[in-house]
Design a protein. Structure first.
Length: 141
């Protein structure tokens, strides 16, 4: 899906730096309006140039003089993204689009048994269903 990826940090003001190399790849300039849309799973943003047609005003941002894009508050709330979250910026091979998603810092395997898929997360670690049940039972005694 992508031939470019870059980790970026969400700032206090909701800025995300769009590196120059990516702006050049996509043909984006400082001052350009970017349309930000949320995918159906609610975990990935699509960024593309505004052509005068897509979306509503709340779902657009302008690339400022420092190459930063401000993410709308509604989107951050919807995704649960906050200050200092590490995001990954990806460039789509087809079309002049980029994607933005949260970098998964936790392990995808259970920290207790190391084998099963995580269902519950605590900070950056996760536990599987069986281990959570075992813990729950041990507490209930
Ligand atoms: Zn487990």
């Amino acid at each position: 899906m992508s031939n470019y990826s870059q980790k970026v940090t969400l700032t206090e003001k909701g800025h995300v730096l769009i590196p120059k190399v990516l702006r050049d790849n996509l043909g984006w300039s400082l001052g350009d309006t970017i349309v930000i849309s949320l995918n159906t799973d609610g975990n990935l943003l699509t960024l593309e140039s505004y052509t005068g047609q897509q979306g509503n005003e709340n779902m657009r941002g302008v690339i400022d003089n420092w190459g930063r894009l401000t993410l709308p508050k509604e989107i951050k709330e919807c995704l649960g993204w906050g200050v200092a979250d590490i995001l990954i910026l990806l460039q789509a091979i087809e079309g002049k689009k980029a994607f933005l998603k949260r970098f998964q810092q936790y392990e995808s395997k259970c920290v207790i048994c190391k084998t099963s898929e995580v269902i519950a997360k605590i900070n950056n670690s996760g536990a599987c269903k069986q281990c959570v049940e075992t813990l729950r039972k041990s507490l209930a005694v």
